[in-house]
Each structure stands twice: as structure tokens, then as C-alpha cells.
Design a protein around this ligand. Sequence first.
Ligand code: GLU
Length: 308
Amino acid sequence: MAIYSDNPAISTAPYRGRFAPSPTGPLHFGSLIAAVGSYLEARAQGGEWLLRIEDLDPPREMAGATDSILATLEAYGFEWDGPVVKQSDRLQHYRDALDRLNAKGLAYPCACTRKEIADSSIRGIDGPVYPGTCRNGLAEGREVRAWRLRTTDRVLEFIDEIQGLQCQNVYRDVGDFVLLRADGYFAYQLAVVVDDAEQGVNHVVRGADLLDSTARQVELQLALNLPSVKYAHLPIAVNEAGEKLSKQTKAPALSLIDSSRELVDALRVLGQAPEAEMARASLGDIWIWARENWRLARVPKQRQLGSL
Ligand code: GLU
């Protein structure tokens, strides 16, 4: 069993965190939780907090969402460090990373269609486990559709600062996953690992809907010889139907009128217990309270919180 251990450089490097929304729609309460948690933890550690727009998937994006996200974050009083980075400006970096993996024999082209994979695979933690059909080369006459990572059959372990010990064998639970999609777009998993490393991000605080992706990201860090990162996955808010708040589940956009109440609600969901009258305070006063009182240890150690 291979054990993933933290890179000692992490403890000495200054804390650098980030918030990385995808512009698929306006910010909603679920995104506010991730923004607030990552921001307050970065500030509590005396660290920096970067903002990265993950606009890597045009078919899922909504026109105007990036501007709306930036305006909402500003209206809520978030202060990010450095320029806003957009993934759409960084495609060459993802291409270079794919080339590096390919040169090491760790990436390979795949001709399989979705249907072929569905017909010949078992279910894993995130859909069908890729059965490895193209691992040793494409069958005669088949054309390249996507590129995949050649994963290693081993258990990866890491300690999530909120959710505790996590173990996953990516090869068995997910299979060789996609780096460059059949529609020509780079996969989130590759882009996020390349960006976090190049931006010097060493602490990732985000929603627990991404907890099961983390081992894939660790696998990629190891394959690319990138420094490891510390992770803390916040519980995600769900609606009455038990679905994650998202554009797909029609979560309402964050209110710009009732922002104090939304911010106080987010703090409450994160276990920080602000007093009830705080919802009538100014955003500035709420942030002062939040920065003084934030404790990551109070965040509920759950992947999901009951309906709001
Ligand atoms: N862009 C992702 C999202 O909006 C978050 C990625 C991350 O924090 O690693 O769900």
C-alpha cells in the first residue's frame, strides 16, 4: 500500500488558498459557503486568498456569469490577492502538462465512446470505471477521441483537515480518467492541479462534493512531480430534495439586498455561531466578527448538511 504523505515544504511555505468558481451561473448560497470558508481560513492563517475563474467548459457556461460572480464577491466584501486568473487564458499550460505526462508514458489516447465504456465497465465512485480498453494502444482503425491518465494500482491516503482520513485507489475506483475530453476541452482534474501548483496554492478549502475527486488530483500531482496540497472539504448545503445547491438544481442567485443575512447564514452553516442580531449588522461588522472568531475546527465534520 502506498501512503501519500505531506510534502514538508507545505508547513514552511506561507499559506496560499483560493476560491475557484465555474461561471455556469450566478453565485448561490452553496458557492457562498465555499467562498466564506476558504477566505476566512486563509485570513485566519495570515495567508493569501486567490480568485480563479474556472471557465474551461464553454458548453456549461452562462454568458455574463464571470462578471456577475466578480460583482457579487465584491458586493459581499471579499478581498482577493493578485489578479483574477481565468483558465481560458491558460490552455497552453494544460497542453504542456499533457505533453509531460505523455513523454513519461503516463498519458494515452483513447478511442472509446461513452456507450462502449458503459457497456463494458463496472460502476465506480463517479460513474463507470474505465475498463482500460485503450491502455495498450488503439485498436486497428480507431480514432483518438480523448486522452487519459495511466493510473497506478495503489491506495492513496491523505488527511482532510475537516473530513479526516481518506483512502482511495484511483485505478480501481475511477480507472484511467480523462485529461483531454473528446470535445477538445481539457478536463477539470488536469487544469485544477496545474493551476494550483503554478499559482503556489498550498491549501485547498472547498465543498465536499469534490472530496471524491481529490485522490485523482493527488494522483496527478504525483505523476507530474508537483508539490502536494493540504485539503479541507466543507460540508455542502442541500435543498429539500437532498440535492446539492447548484445551477442544475435551480438554486437562487445570492441576494444583493439581503447580503448580511446570507453571510450570517453561511457562517452558521459553517458552525461559527454568530448571534442572531448579527444578521442586521453591516457587512463590514460581520466580517470583523468573522475574522476574529473563525475556527476551522468548528466546521461540522459532515459531507452534507440537511436542507436549509
Ligand atoms: N470550479 C469548481 C466548482 O465551481 C471548484 C473547483 C475547486 O475548488 O477545486 O465547483
